[in-house]
Ligand binder design. Sequence first.
Ligand SMILES: Cc1cc2nc3c(=O)[nH]c(=O)nc-3n(C[C@H](O)[C@H](O)[C@H](O)COP(=O)(O)O)c2cc1C
Length: 432
Amino acid sequence: MSFEPVLLRNVGRPEARKVEGYRENGGYRGLEKALEMEPDAVIELVKDSGLRGRGGAGFPAGLKWSFIPKAVDKPKYLVCNADESEPGTFKDRVLMEEDPQQLIEGCAICCYAVGASACYIYIRGEYVEPADILEEAIRDAYEAGILGDNVMGKGFKLDMYVHRGAGAYICGEETGLLESLEGKRGQPRIKPPFPAVVGAFGCPTVINNVETLCNVPHILERGALWFKSIGTDERNTGPKLYCVSGHVENPGVYEFPIGVTMTQLIEACGGMWRGRQLKAFIPGGASAAILPADKADVPLDFDQLAKAGSMLGSAAVIVMDDETDLVRSVYRLAKFFNHESCGQCTPCREGTNWAELVMKKIVSGHGKPGDEELILRICRNMGGTTLCALADAAVGPLRSLVQNFPDEVAGWLDGGGPATEPRRYFAEEVTA
Ligand SMILES: Cc1cc2nc3c(=O)[nH]c(=O)nc-3n(C[C@H](O)[C@H](O)[C@H](O)COP(=O)(O)O)c2cc1C
């Protein structure tokens, strides 16, 4: 399956990091067009395109922008979520490293539409190189008159800042991010009020993911109809980046119309690693329910994956072959969520800890029949009971392990072990 790249069109063109090189390939035409329109018309266009947030929840971007109150006499902000903390996700990094001007353009259009005069790009601390590249690109955009007091000579004022986080999963959650941006401990806020009303520094704020914003210039330039012509249906539109990792020959970031299937993605990745069989896959990052191989033909979009009992999330697709022990894999994820829980809400703080302990008990050979029910009980006590969705995220892999792969768990109980013993390889065979 081939697809003419939209979001990745400047990959391998290092000159595109500068305004001049970016313009050579059609860059900044979207912003030019936006500045000729009324801000509300820009919001309507993005609404009409059907663009849904690419950070995890899939909330319609234009609708979110329309929530920013106009009559409020306070500054308005855009915060770009570049925390990219979901395990398995590495698409925003590629966008920022390879095409930083595309993100600057998307941010500028959003700011113009909602009346924001400042944009903060909150980037995870570990992304040292992408942050340096972005800062350089922003400097260049100021020099070229794309940013500053008079954007493209149209009298619109916009400042843009890169804010480096310290590397915490919870700071990807939008209100934890806002706390961190304000210099406080990154603990999520109670909602409502939502950030559109009370966001950064108490002011109305749009928060969007990097990939969401990178779609915006193309919508302005090529129109809502073009955008809607890509994808599975009117609720799942546009190009999508999939981060494929695990047991495929060529892992990486792949761009396809939203709704490509797992089978098509594996084929694009050069097939399964060493010709193995697919056992299971995680379609949307560590928070998503693990699906069995017989779901490989489900379109990877927001609605079809929800119907199949999982979610698109951040589109971090983790491929697991027939030698993967899912119980050990889920134990590793349980450790991650326990480590990353901010501890503010009791069900999450306690639940993620108990989940890790029970999984550890099982993989150390002390599991007993009934542990499956114990895991499900922990999930019931965590899900939907906390301020943010980290606890729900922790439930995803746990519940799906018990419900979709009961034999894998049963095999470990009463002194058992993994369903499949991994074959051993000599070093030279692995590197061959
Ligand atoms: C625990 C947790 C971690 C999150 N991490 C990220 C992240 O790293 N990047 C991101 O864009 N969204 C992340 N989100 C989702 C954000 O809260 C928010 O929904 C998103 O930034 C909105 O942007 P979008 O509408 O463009 O998707 C996370 C959510 C939770 C609950």
